[in-house]
Design a binder for this molecule. Structure first.
Ligand code: BGP
Length: 479
């Protein structure tokens, strides 16, 4: 029977905008996330073009990796991490996104981080753009809607590829690129929110603008990959797709077809472009029915064909159902996109339906479709943790969630999937992407930082820390 590879990349995932803090230190500029206020499960976070006095912007301090990187990397090493997923904050390198020359102090920070990781032989896995679009590009071009942003992005990519060519091997171009197929993607990923002031669930939805922006991201991703393949053959280039797995609500063929349609637009479209190098034909009808026209320039198709990925990565937290029946109204939440409630599953406190077997199913589907090495670069349970008086967190619920998902990954490996690694989300507590909360925690390490902005940022090992350390030590043999 197959088992996890000997060189399996066990680790954890973070993103600069939710973790680093130091939002204006050493020349850093503001990104979209620095313009987002805090929120909660019931009260959406807001985007404000001007900073409001007395309002909390949680990404600004976050959990302060900027000043804790040595301590945090030592904790990761103590757990036995082989891999550390992080992102580079574009605005640390190009503060408005439009400068001609990179900011040396920003580049130097990541040198220090990569050198620290190297000390422990931990492989960095770097997301080039993880919800960190410079706000300057929102104002100048309406974010990724402006084709000019591709060239600004490439200047950033050239700077970091050149600088870190001997330190980083694994790169992901855009985090959850398919979030652009969903309304929330306009804020988080595309930045097509010029002048918008208000709660994130009230951003006017303009599919024409979103899908055009996505086309520009495809081109940017493909150009970065082409550059890597031409100039840095040691690099391995991946995508990153939000996988919100969907099942037909019943075996009624109408439900099956509805589910297929949703799977294609939400989950497969971006993956197909990035793995195969061209737009899938099923999108023609979708665009036509929605009145969307993608403006392409000569040469675009060629760029997409030349910039396909070497490995496929995705986030997986939950699944949902789809139905054609308007009478079925029970809806569940999810990672930017939900669906119809599945009566066989239970949900987290934030309404995301927990489905470990869905991960095995998804891995098998992905392997069959692309035959590319796969990596689960986000997975985990956002939960409220209780800190005991003696500084412990007994998070058996988190261990239970992760244990069940790793067991299903092991099944998928036995099914024949080539799985490279696993980096559960927020291995140390970070700010939530969807709600801006600290109360929604994922980590093996607890950070004393709270929703009112207080907390001394000290780090404490949760029960799950020791559990995960053991999983890595055994290379997942217990599954
Ligand atoms: C993904 C993002 C991450 C992360 C995670 C958990 O969509 O890539 O940035 O935040 O979801 O989501 P949340 O923080 O909303 O619970």
């Amino acid at each position: 029977m197959r088992t996890f590879r000997e060189d399996f990349l066990w680790g954890g995932a973070t993103a600069a905008n939710q973790y680093e803090g130091a939002w204006d230190t050493d020349g850093k500029g503001a990104s979209v996330s620095d313009h987002c206020t805090n929120g909660s499960h019931t009260c959406p976070k807001r985007v404000t073009p001007e900073f409001e006095e007395g309002t909390l912007y949680p990404s600004r301090e976050a959990t302060d990796f900027y000043h804790h990187y040595k301590e945090d990397i030592a904790l990761a090493a103590e757990m036995g991490f082989k891999c550390f997923r992080m992102s580079i904050n574009w605005t640390r390198i190009f503060p408005t996104g439009m400068e001609e020359e990179p900011n040396e102090a920003g580049l130097a920070f990541y040198d220090r981080v990569f050198d620290e990781l190297a000390k422990y032989s931990i492989e960095p896995l770097v997301t080039i753009s993880h919800y960190e679009l410079p706000y300057g590009l929102v104002e100048a071009y309406n974010g990724w809607y402006g084709r000019e942003v591709i060239d600004h992005f490439m200047r950033y990519v050239e700077a970091i590829f050149n600088r870190y060519q001997d330190k980083v091997k694994y790169w992901l171009t855009f985090n959850e690129i398919n979030s652009g197929t969903m309304p929330m993607g306009a804020v988080l990923s595309l930045g097509t929110i010029r002048g918008f002031n208000g709660p994130v669930n009230k951003v006017p939805d303009e599919p024409q603008i979103r899908f055009q922006g996505l086309h520009h991201q495809f081109l940017a991703s493909a150009r970065a990959i082409r550059l890597a393949h031409e100039k840095y053959p040691q690099f391995k280039m991946g995508n990153m797709n939000l996988f919100a797995t969907k099942y037909p609500y019943t075996c009624n063929p109408a439900d099956v077809l509805e589910c297929q349609k949703q799977m294609r637009v939400v989950n497969w479209f971006c993956s197909d472009v990035q793995a195969r190098g061209y737009y899938p034909t099923y999108m023609e009808r979708y665009f036509e029915e929605k009145g969307i026209t993608i403006a392409k320039e000569p040469g675009d198709d060629e760029i997409l064909r030349q910039g396909t990925i070497d490995f496929y990565t995705f986030s997986y937290y939950m699944s949902a159902c789809e139905t054609a029946d308007p009478e079925v109204t029970a809806k569940s939440g999810g990672n930017l996109v939900g669906g119809v409630t599945n009566p066989y599953l239970k949900a987290s406190d934030w309404g995301w339906q927990i489905d470990p077997e869905g991960l095995r199913y998804t891995l098998n589907e992905l392997w069959d479709r692309y035959q590319l090495p796969l990596m689960v670069v986000e997975n985990g349970l956002g939960a409220r943790d209780e800190l005991t008086e003696d500084g412990k967190v007994h998070d058996s619920y988190r261990i239970d969630y992760l244990e069940k998902h790793i067991a299903q990954m092991a099944e998928a490996v036995r099914d024949g999937v080539d799985l490279m690694g696993y980096t559960p989300w927020g291995w140390i507590d970070v700010v939530s992407a969807s709600t801006g909360e600290m109360a929604k925690r994922y980590g093996f390490v607890y950070v004393k930082k709270y929703d009112d902005g207080t907390g001394d940022l000290s780090r404490l090992r949760k029960d799950s820390f020791y559990w995960y350390q053991n999983v890595i030590r055994e290379n997942g043999k217990q599954f």
